[in-house]
Design a protein around this ligand. Structure first.
Ligand code: GLN
Length: 499
């Protein structure tokens, strides 16, 4: 195995036991970026020099026998909506194109403390609004498993990077599916933790009542390892709960699913979703049963019918108030005008992209007298109804299996012109976000054309560790995703197909 193919856990072990150095591991990943990123376009900013310096510092500590963290020498990438001190953080927007934060997001500090090596910042849909990573100041990211297709979004740069072997780990954010769906499209593992599990401090907000820092990796074990570094109370973020987290890495040693009650989603006409993905659901159900679980069909009538509408009302209202801080004065771009008002209009019109402007206008409208009573208020009530629906189901099930996305990765440019089609693709991810539940997109191998298949595992709020345990059992049966060689014929199709 090449160094870039190793998992984070294997890399950390190799560095610690001096089989290879942190600098070797870092250079192996930087070489991959150098080889492929001109075409894949997953990175907005590369921090190669800082990365080498950090890797050397790790190597020095190890040679002196000093204590290092659990991710010492492990290269990783972070979505470009994580504040990084001294490194520009664009959010893929013209408004922040030249903005350099003076502090790190808590998640970046935690990764740093664990010894991980930041290689750079990844592409996203502007302000994390989207599902295809096509709306970006640097242009679209391509799916490393099929370069004509989108990588999903909005954390498409992070998912593509992990699939292409740029790094074993990447951080993204998931508000309504932005890590789970790109993980599914790129054929890697991605987890949105329970809301309140990981600090949001220093994450550029999209919708604060839903945003959650979320890791991507090629193994479930790596997700557990990184969760152990990320999930902790933070006095900077009052929505990050102050409770003792379980040991995520212990949970994944679960041997089988005996005694587990798993619900498999059947509340959707199979004709309304991709047949192969429907097959993946059935396959996952069989694997659960074979591992000793009791498997039963389940449905989410409220969530499926009202989830997308409820989510977009909630998220856009959140977004319109959060994005008010980009006023041409405090952060980023500034375009003069004859009056204060004209300056606001000039700056915001020229510096936000079309989708972001659409969402700010809709969100602002939703919060005005009349619309608030007719839309925002009811959306909050439906959100509660969904939580009740989930709670009732958890009396019967420990976890359930849903699709992550109703479709396979689609061709670049296909949905760009029709926002409604894009929004409907979020049908299975947004209800989980509205419920604050943990969700894992688990790779189910590749289909005959080399396109990734997946399912989504969903658990009870704060039962993230238990959910990782179930995912680990299934991953052992399916096989972990292989690294793709973007654009090289035949090579991205390696990996075991399970459906
Ligand atoms: N696709 C969804 C949206 O556009 C989710 C985005 C996200 O999770 N950041 O809002």
């Amino acid at each position: 195995m090449e160094l870039y193919e190793l998992s984070a856990k294997e890399t950390a072990e190799g560095v610690k036991s001096k089989k290879f150095s942190a600098e070797d591991a870092t250079r192996a990943c930087l070489d991959r970026i150098d080889k492929f990123d001109a075409k894949v376009n997953a990175l907005i900013t590369l921090t190669a020099e800082d990365a080498i310096a950090k890797a050397r510092a790790v190597d020095e500590k190890i040679s002196k026998g000093e204590e290092t963290g659990p991710l010492a020498g492990v290269p990783y990438l972070a979505k470009d909506n994580f504040c990084t001190s001294g490194v520009r953080t664009t959010c893929s927007s013209k408004i922040l194109e030249a903005w350099v934060p003076t502090y790190n997001a808590s998640a970046i500090n935690y990764m740093n403390d664990s010894g991980a090596v930041l290689l750079g910042k990844t592409n996203l849909d502007e302000f994390a609004m989207g599902s295809s990573t096509e709306n970006s100041i640097i242009g679209p990211t391509k799916n490393p498993r099929d370069m004509n297709r989108v990588p999903g979004g909005s954390s498409g740069g992070s998912a593509a990077s992990v699939a292409a072997g740029y790094a074993p780990l990447a951080l993204g954010t998931d508000t309504g599916g932005s890590v789970r769906q790109p993980a599914a499209f790129c054929g890697v593992q991605g987890m949105k933790p329970s809301y309140g599990q990981v600090s949001r401090y220093g994450i550029i907000a999209y919708a604060s009542s839903l945003d959650q820092v979320s890791p991507l990796a090629r193994t479930v074990e790596d997700i557990a390892v990184v969760m152990e570094s990320l999930a902790r109370p933070d006095s900077h973020d009052t929505t990050c709960d102050a409770y003792d987290r379980p040991k995520f890495t212990d949970a994944i040693s679960l041997e089988d699913l005996k005694g587990k009650r798993i619900g498999v989603f059947e509340g959707f006409e199979s004709s309304q979703m991709d047949a192969e993905l429907y097959g993946s659901l059935r396959k996952a159900a069989e694997l659960c049963e074979a591992s000793g679980a009791t498997v039963e069909p389940m449905d989410l009538p409220i969530a499926v019918k009202y989830g997308v509408a409820t989510y977009y009302v909630t998220a856009l209202a959140d977004a319109s108030s959060k994005l008010a801080c980009y006023d041409g004065m405090r952060y980023g771009a500034h375009i003069d005008g004859k009056s204060l008002n004209e300056m606001y209009v000039n700056t915001r019109t020229a510096s936000f992209g079309e989708e972001v402007r659409r969402r700010i206008i809709l969100g602002t409208c939703l919060l005005t007298e009349g619309f608030y009573q007719n839309y925002y208020g009811p959306a909050l009530k439906v959100r509660q109804k969904m939580v009740d629906e989930f709670d009732e189901l958890f009396e019967k099930f420990d976890a359930y299996i849903l699709p992550t996305s109703p479709s396979l990765p689609y061709l670049l440019g296909m949905k760009e012109t029709d926002p409604n089609r894009l929004y409907l693709g979020d049908i299975f991810t947004v209800p989980i976000s509205l419920g604050g539940l943990p969700g894992i997109s688990l790779s189910m191998g590749l289909n005959g054309e080399g396109l990734p298949l997946s399912v989504q595992l969903v658990g009870q709020r704060y039962f993230d560790a238990e959910l990782l345990g179930i995912a680990a059992v299934l991953e052992r049966a399916i096989g972990r995703p292989a690294v793709a060689n973007p654009g090289l014929p035949g090579t991205s199709n390696s990996g075991k197909g399970a459906a």
